[in-house]
Design a protein around this ligand. Structure first.
Ligand code: SF4
Length: 512
């Protein structure tokens, strides 16, 4: 079916423009009326290819993006519906996808989503049953015609026509944080992401890095740069890490502080900044821009687009105004002399972290007893087969794993996938395939300055053994809740859980 957004992004000659609008909390409020009015104007203007509709932004409840996406479609514009994992389990996600397929709402931006912060009578329960890689796999399977076991054999559904995309942040400070973002980006594309949108940031060298990374890795999907029209208040919040994943340096905050003293409170300057970003992104080779910002009017968006187009020929001069590096920030490539952009050569990756004793011990025990080539694998498998179902053994396993890994007893253990850190208990968003976009300076989005992101730690641990690339190549499925509160050791040695299936472990003779 016709999809202007997809056609525009897949046409290498075209520069796609999308505008993000927040539909807000409520059904009949001013914010929804404004949303519709903006959509009508954008549709009539003709230069905007799609309207992006957020999903419970900032972890707050709001009207459903799937419903508002269908409204956008009726008004003659293509919607891009944000599709997040924070509030829905896998069945609810699939159910919503069927509804969207029927409404011809096809463009999805798949994300983990901001950790829930508020809700009716208190904070809502975070779900995160699937991560974005799993959702992209589900959507890809639906596009092929989803198959599942029925009463009389395999049932195959009619294929859907979704056009799914994903996000990436090139704006991370640490090598470990940045590398796990890039590993996950590649997994997202392999899982079916057909376009990529960047997080919010203002460091042009980082935008340039992402383009070079795309070329060097041969990532053949369109990339869209995010232009957040930045007022002083939002800049201050972002620089204090109060808006997960959005990066603004103190120096940029100072610049905005000066600009807001103007008669128009800095509006002209911030729209010009948006236009400058439009120009350098087009010049660098991005396939389009994603214009966003709270309180941004239709006229503001038009000004950014039209002024931006005028500035494109000057993009190489303009880019120098976006020199906002983070202190000691990691870059994937070396810097050009006398310019803020990158050379083609990779920068050294120097991070080395001390290894905790518990990691060394677990690695040793795992290699001896859990790896099929380990000296004690056969004996361990026999012991688990004999005693594994006994109450004493279950208690022993549980006590060891709670004490060492804060185990929540999911029974489908992913400790070996995350360098013996648990993505179920130690990652609040249960990310099994790499970090979410919210970490800051190595800290977890949900517990800044309190807990380090499990994926940052995993990278550092594995790098000591030159094994960090395993993160990129290891696709971890979602947990199978059939195993909840069962022995993961029994599930592993009897060949039932995801790790055993991947390695090809067979139950010992006579068991199974
Ligand atoms: S541990 Fe890392 S991946 Fe998990 S929520 Fe925190 S920042 Fe995100």
């Amino acid at each position: 079916m016709a999809n202007r957004y997809r056609e525009s992004l897949l046409d290498k000659e075209r520069f796609t423009i999308e505008w993000e609008v927040v539909p807000g909390r409520g059904a009949f409020e001013k914010v929804q009326l404004d949303f519709i009015a903006k959509c009508e104007k954008a549709a009539a203007y003709g230069r905007i290819d799609a309207l992006a509709v957020t999903d419970n932004p900032g972890g707050n409840p709001a009207i459903s993006p799937e419903v508002m996406g269908a409204e956008v479609k009726k008004l003659g514009l293509e919607p891009i519906t944000y599709f997040t994992c924070k509030d829905k389990n896998r069945n609810e996600l699939e159910s919503l996808l069927y509804g969207m397929a029927r409404s011809e709402v096809s463009n999805l931006l798949v994300m983990s989503g901001d950790y829930p912060v508020a809700g009716y009578q208190g904070r809502s329960r975070p779900v995160f049953d699937l991560d974005p890689v799993h959702v992209l796999q589900l959507v890809s399977a639906m596009n092929e015609g989803l198959e599942f076991p029925g009463m009389k054999g395999t049932v195959k559904l009619k294929p859907t026509d979704f056009f799914p995309g994903a996000v990436v942040s090139p704006f991370k400070i640490l090598e470990s944080e940045q590398m796990v973002q890039y590993y996950k980006l590649k997994k997202k594309i392999a899982a079916g992401a057909r376009f990529i949108i960047t997080q919010t940031g203002y460091d042009a060298r980082k935008f340039h890095e992402l383009m070079q990374f795309r070329d060097q890795e041969g990532l053949d999907v369109p990339f869209i740069g995010n232009i957040y029209i930045l007022p002083f208040g939002a800049a201050k919040a972002m620089s204090n890490n109060l808006v997960p994943g959005c990066v603004v340096t103190r120096r940029l905050v100072e610049v905005l502080d000066g600009e807001r003293k103007a008669e128009d409170k800095g509006k002209k300057a911030r729209l010009l900044r948006g236009a400058g970003m439009f120009a350098f992104m087009k010049g660098m080779g991005y396939d389009g821009v994603h214009i966003s910002g709270l309180g941004v009017s239709f006229d503001d968006v038009v000004e950014v687009i039209e002024r931006g187009e005028e500035l494109v020929p000057e993009w190489q001069d303009i880019v120098a105004e976006f020199d906002y590096p983070q202190d000691n920030g990691f870059y994937y490539f070396r810097k050009q002399e006398g310019n803020i952009l990158n050379r083609r050569e990779r920068a050294p990756r120097t991070v080395r972290a001390a290894l905790p004793f518990s990691y060394r011990l677990t690695r040793l025990v795992h290699n001896l007893c859990f790896e099929p080539a380990g000296l004690m694998f056969g004996l361990t498998q026999k012991l688990v087969a004999k005693w594994g179902e006994s109450g004493f053994f279950r208690k022993f396993e549980h006590l060891v794993k709670v004490a060492m890994y804060d185990c929540m007893d999911c029974g489908d253990c992913a400790l070996p996938d995350v360098a013996y850190l648990c993505p179920m208990s130690q990652c609040p968003k249960n990310q099994r395939n790499g970090a979410c976009g919210g970490s800051y300076n190595g800290w977890c989005e949900v517990y800044p300055k309190e807990k380090r992101c499990v994926w940052v730690q995993a990278y550092e641990r594995l790098k000591n053994y030159h094994e960090e690339g395993r993160i990129e190549n290891n696709l971890v499925p979602p947990p199978n809740w059939d195993f909840f509160h069962t022995s993961s050791w029994v599930n592993y040695f009897s060949g039932r859980d995801h790790s055993a299936k991947k390695i090809g472990i067979k139950p010992p003779a006579g068991k199974g």
